[in-house]
Design a protein around this ligand. Structure first.
Ligand code: GRF
Length: 191
């Protein structure tokens, strides 16, 4: 798993282990809560620092993933964009979770933008990562209703509750071979 921050999705995925296992955690920064969560769970963690060159950073991240023997790369709050080498080395094996119903509100301020826009419904998207930000084939989406008195914090908290239910479900399905992708189309095998 690739993380940069609090790691609440990492925690949800650790708690949902069974069909899959979190074999390694990678952060682009030190001192984050996600690394503490990895330590408590006994999962090896590594920091790969950003040095300003995307291709070089991507190559180092891919090497760590490969060394860990990971079959999939799960991003959760990872604040760096990976270069094309990652998609070439792990085709349709890199997932991301985003706090909106894509293609609405891509980028780092999705929750605030949904509120500012006055939408009645926003939500969560899990998608494969491609070379554009918050853009790859959509695997699953869950709606979250916006309440009249919502702040960015209250809305993000409800979105995160939905994330913590959805992400382990999607990774379980991926691990059991139930998800296939062709072009932008993602199919779930009937359960
Ligand atoms: C999540 O809301 C995710 O959608 C966004 O960043 C947040 C990460 O939270 N990409 P956490 O680090 O998993 O708690």
């Amino acid at each position: 798993m690739l993380v940069s921050g609090s790691g609440s999705n990492l925690q949800a995925l650790l708690d949902g282990e069974g069909e899959y296992r979190v074999v390694s955690v990678l952060s682009d920064r030190t001192g984050v809560r996600a690394l503490e969560r990895a330590a408590v769970a006994g999962v090896p963690a590594e920091v790969v620092a950003w040095k300003g060159d995307r291709a070089e950073f991507t190559a180092r991240v891919c090497d760590v993933v490969e060394k860990a023997g990971a079959e999939a790369v799960v991003l959760a709050g990872f604040m760096r964009i990976l270069g094309s080498e990652a998609m070439e080395r792990f085709p349709h094996r890199i997932l991301n979770i985003h706090p909106s119903l894509l293609p609405a509100f891509p980028g780092a301020h999705a929750v605030r933008q949904a509120l500012d826009h006055g939408v009645a419904v926003t939500g969560v998207t899990v998608h494969f990562v491609d070379e554009q930000v918050d853009h790859g084939p959509i695997i699953a989406q869950v709606p979250v209703a916006v309440r009249p008195d919502d702040t960015e914090e209250t809305l993000h908290a409800r979105i995160q509750e939905a994330e913590h239910l959805l992400y382990p479900r999607v990774v379980t399905a991926l691990a059991s071979g139930a998800i296939s992708v062709r072009g932008r189309g993602v199919e779930w095998a009937p359960s």
